[in-house]
Ligand binder design. Structure first.
Ligand SMILES: [Zn+2]
Length: 340
């Protein structure tokens, strides 16, 4: 089959579109023909080098495809069935997994991170990771959902315990996590204040349901949030930008508010004044992907049409270098999808 592999870490030039042996599914696995694989910022981090990656490596986390072969121990699926792959790997046996907290498993990793991913034509996966796709949802749309919607759901609903009517500040409306989080927060009838970097993204943020969008280059986020909330601040701040917005994100919280973060795209060096933390009784929470339950729950809302995939652009898998360079520009709204 054709696959994208990296044999060394580096810039987009290390991405090789090449022939590799077809994977052989084990008796307890299912073989999927990949029809679409969405990109995430993780793809860029993996390409540049992360601990735990064995080379050569196939990146790619969000896969939608068709079943082509079913191992003899697997029941309940059919050849030809359209399926989505949950982008997480876990042991399934440890106390955390048994308790449904798969993202706390010692072996937990995201598909395409410490294990080979979906930038290829064929993928062997465990049946627990498969979810049938309803016929009205296309492969590109389906593939653009799992990682970012599961992440945003876990952050808002599980970590920050979002309640109806709360005020939520969402950084980066145009990012995958941001565009998912706006919709999830609106599902809870929250008041959503989002941020974006240009007029076009601001307009799209409003279209997705945000009540207000702040231009994070031209306006001070903390000041604007205070203005919009009658000097109170936001109940929840959803962070993933990192160094560039950390101070403003903290300033935007109301006393007793919760900041939840899942990333540090602009850098991981952040400071906090401890007097501010305890006197304002803030909660700072870290979040990594989500549980299998989060995935199932959020996909139910997507399949019912209550949450919508946001696809920015589709590239052929062969144009992987151009796709990486495009994602790195940040001039996108929603997801970039690769088709083998
Ligand atoms: Zn486990």
């Amino acid at each position: 089959m054709k696959a994208v592999r990296i044999h060394q870490f580096g810039g987009s030039e290390v991405l090789q579109y090449e022939d590799v042996p077809d994977p052989r599914p084990r008796k307890d696995q299912v073989l999927i023909r990949v029809r679409a694989c969405a990109m995430n910022h993780l793809d860029l981090w993996v390409r540049k080098g992360l601990p735990g990656i064995r080379l050569p490596h196939i990146p790619g986390s969000d896969v939608a495809g068709e079943i082509v072969e079913i191992g003899e121990y697997v029941k309940g699926f059919e050849v030809g069935q359209r399926v989505l792959v949950a982008p997480m790997y876990f042991c399934g046996q440890c106390p955390a997994c048994a308790d449904g907290r798969q993202n706390e498993c010692a072996q937990f990793t995201v598909l395409g991170n410490a294990v080979d991913g979906g930038n290829c034509e064929l993928l062997a996966v465990a049946p627990i990771n498969l979810l049938p796709i309803p016929s009205r949802l296309g492969f590109n749309e389906a593939a653009s959902v799992p990682l970012v919607f599961t992440t945003a759901w876990h952050m808002l609903v599980e970590c920050a315990q979002l309640r109806p009517g709360q005020t939520v500040l969402i950084l980066g409306a145009g990012s995958g996590v941001g565009s998912a989080a706006i919709q999830i927060a609106k599902l809870f009838n929250a008041r959503v204040i989002a941020t974006a970097g240009d007029e076009q993204k601001m307009a799209k943020g409003l279209e997705l349901g945000a009540d207000h969008v702040i231009n994070h280059y031209k306006q001070k986020i903390g000041e604007e949030v205070r203005k919009l909330t009658n000097k109170v601040g936001a109940d929840i701040v959803l962070e993933h930008v990192g160094s560039a917005t950390w101070d403003e994100s903290l300033r935007s919280l109301r006393p007793g508010g919760t900041l939840v973060t899942c990333g540090a795209t602009t850098g991981w060096d952040a400071k906090i004044d401890l007097r501010f933390l305890f006197a304002r009784q803030l909660s700072l929470l870290g979040s990594y992907m989500g549980t299998h339950g989060d995935f199932q729950e959020v996909m139910g809302h997507v399949f019912a049409g209550r949450l919508k995939p946001v696809v920015d652009r589709v590239f052929p898998l062969a144009d992987i270098r151009a796709a990486h360079e495009y994602l790195a520009t940040g001039q996108i709204f929603g997801k970039v999808v690769l088709t083998p």
